[in-house]
Design a protein around this ligand. Structure first.
Ligand code: FES
Ligand code: FES
Length: 249
């Protein structure tokens, strides 16, 4: 339960990894798959279908370029959005879909904060028009965080404290995941090269390679699941093998 996984210490709410996983899964699950209303971006009028919206433009906004519909495949889920034709993928993710993990920093293709994975390639979402992305499989940092396979990577980033303000971290994580997906056993130099397109103003660079190397090891050598606590079916405990039966409740 998220409420149990969150804790408040000294007035500060701590989001545990389990709670974060739950929240991000809910976020992806809430992405609407098909448009149910078509809102005019110029005057806010809502129409019931795209044909009516185009007719509204011809009557009320003659000469303006009407918005278009695009179907994006985001973290394995199709999602239809209404956008202006010049919108980038990053802008669409943030303002239409509600996925804010791809960050707005330079908006010039320099910093890597907006990195997403498109058909297995790391791309800068601030440099892609959303209309260009139709038909591609797009994975954002939310999709990575929701996939249990990549939990060791997220955990390693937390354990190595590979962040300071955290603004660039999602871009680094996406690049790191794409590296490990292609090369499960990278060298430190390969980690550094894979992250060469990501800039961190806080200067956290040394920690990233360490976190990725640890994640690579833990993905290849997952630790055994923890033994059940004595008294709940554990060996020798009540209800467990060789132990007394559990007390009746
Ligand atoms: S915001 Fe896209 S590369 Fe900087
Ligand atoms: S942690 Fe602050 S910009 Fe990287």
């Amino acid at each position: 339960m998220a409420s149990e996984a969150n804790s408040i210490q000294g007035g500060v709410m701590t989001l545990t990894p389990d709670a974060a996983h739950e929240k991000v899964s809910a976020l992806i699950g809430a992405i609407p798959t098909a448009l149910t209303e078509y809102r005019c971006p110029l005057c806010g009028k809502i129409t019931g279908n795209y044909a009516d919206l185009k007719q509204h433009y011809e009557v009320e906004h003659l000469g303006a370029v009407p918005p278009i519909t695009v179907v994006l495949t985001l973290n394995g889920k199709n999602c239809e959005v209404l956008i202006e034709p010049h919108w980038t993928l990053k802008r669409t993710l943030q303002f239409r879909v509600g996925l804010t993990g791809a960050k707005h920093m330079c908006d010039k293709g320099v910093c890597g904060s907006c990195t997403v994975i498109m058909d297995g390639r790391s791309v800068l979402s601030c440099q892609m028009l959303a209309v260009e992305c139709e038909g591609y499989d797009i994975q954002t940092v939310e999709g990575i965080a929701a996939d249990p396979k990549w939990k060791p990577l997220i955990d390693a980033y937390c354990r190595w404290d590979a962040m300071q303000c955290g603004y660039c971290t999602t871009g680094f994580l996406v690049s790191a995941k794409n590296l490990l997906a292609k090369n499960p056993n990278p060298t430190e130099q390969e980690c550094r090269e894979a992250l060469a397109g990501n800039i961190c103003i806080c200067g956290t660079y040394p920690r990233h390679a360490q976190a990725i190397l640890e994640a690579a090891y833990l993905i290849a050598n997952p630790p055994p699941p923890p033994a059940p606590p004595a008294g709940f079916g554990g060996p020798g405990g009540p209800g467990g093998f060789g132990g007394p039966p559990p007390a009746a409740s």
